[in-house]
Design a protein around this ligand. Structure first.
Ligand code: MD6
Ligand code: FE
Length: 217
C-alpha cells in the first residue's frame, strides 16, 4: 500500500484528538503552510515588538507578548482588556495578515466551528523557564465563538482543567504545528502552560511562539 510504503517519507498527516466537549487538538495542522505563516509573523513582530506586560497585581509576565488584528489583548496596573492601540507605540496594532486569519478560520472549521472571523490575535513568546499560570479567557464579550490556539517552536506542556480553578488538569504536549480549537462547553475552562523546558528548535531556536485567535466582540 502506497501509504505504508511512503509512511516515513511523506509529511506527517494532521490528526485529531478530542480534549473535552468543544475542544479538539489538531496535530500538525499548520505544517503545510508554515513558511507563509512564519514570514507573516516576522512582519507583525517587526512592527509591534514583543514586550513583557505587567499584571494588575504588579507582576511582570515571564511570557512576552504582542498582537495583531483590530484589537489586541493588553494588561497593566489598570487591568486586562482589549485595545485598538499598541500602548508602546501609540499606533494601531498591525492588521491581521490574511494567511493568519485563513489559518484560524480553516482550523475552526476543522474543529466544528464554521465562519470563525477573529478580530484579535495575541502572540505569546516563551523562552525556557517562562510559564503561564492557570487562567480563564474571559475578557471577550462573545463566548459563542471558539478560540484557536497555534503552537510553534519548542514543545510545551499545556494544562487543561475545568470550569473551577481547583478542577484536576490534564496535560497535553503541544509541539510545532499543533492547533487547539476550543469553544462551546469548554470555552471557559481553566488552562495554563508549565515552565518551558530547555531546547533548540530547528526553525525557531530557543523559543515557543503561541498564537491565540479570538473574536472579542
Ligand atoms: C499558550 N494559551 O498556549 C497559552 N487560551 O501559550 C492560552 O492561554 C490559550 O491556548 C485560550 C485558548 C487556547 C489557548
Ligand atoms: Fe488562555
Amino acid at each position: 500500500m502506497t501509504g505504508d510504503l511512503f509512511a516515513g517519507v511523506t509529511e506527517a498527516q494532521p490528526s485529531r484528538e478530542t480534549m473535552a466537549e468543544g475542544a479538539v487538538l489538531l496535530r500538525g495542522f499548520v505544517l503545510a503552510r508554515q513558511d507563509e505563516l512564519l514570514a507573516a509573523l516576522r512582519e507583525v513582530i517587526a512592527a509591534a515588538p514583543f514586550r513583557h506586560m505587567v499584571t494588575p497585581g504588579g507582576f511582570t509576565m515571564s511570557v512576552a507578548m504582542t498582537n495583531c488584528g483590530k484589537v489586541g489583548w493588553v494588561t497593566d496596573r489598570r487591568g486586562y482588556r482589549y485595545d485598538a492601540g499598541d500602548p508602546e507605540s501609540g499606533k494601531p496594532w498591525p492588521a491581521m495578515p490574511p494567511v493568519l486569519s485563513a489559518l484560524a478560520r480553516d482550523a475552526a472549521e476543522a474543529g466544528g466551528f464554521k465562519d470563525f472571523a477573529p478580530d484579535a490575535c495575541l502572540i505569546n513568546r516563551y523562552v525556557p523557564g517562562a510559564k503561564m499560570s492557570l487562567h480563564q479567557d474571559k475578557d471577550e464579550t462573545d463566548f459563542s465563538a471558539p478560540i484557536v490556539s497555534v503552537s510553534l517552536g519548542l514543545p510545551a506542556t499545556f494544562l487543561f482543567g475545568g470550569l473551577k480553578r481547583s478542577d484536576k488538569t490534564q496535560r497535553y504536549r503541544l509541539t510545532h504545528g499543533d492547533v487547539v480549537v476550543w469553544g462551546g462547553p469548554s470555552r471557559l475552562f481553566y488552562h495554563g502552560v508549565a515552565p518551558l523546558a530547555e531546547g533548540e528548535h530547528p526553525l525557531l531556536k530557543r523559543q515557543r511562539i503561541n498564537l491565540t485567535f479570538r473574536k472579542t466582540a
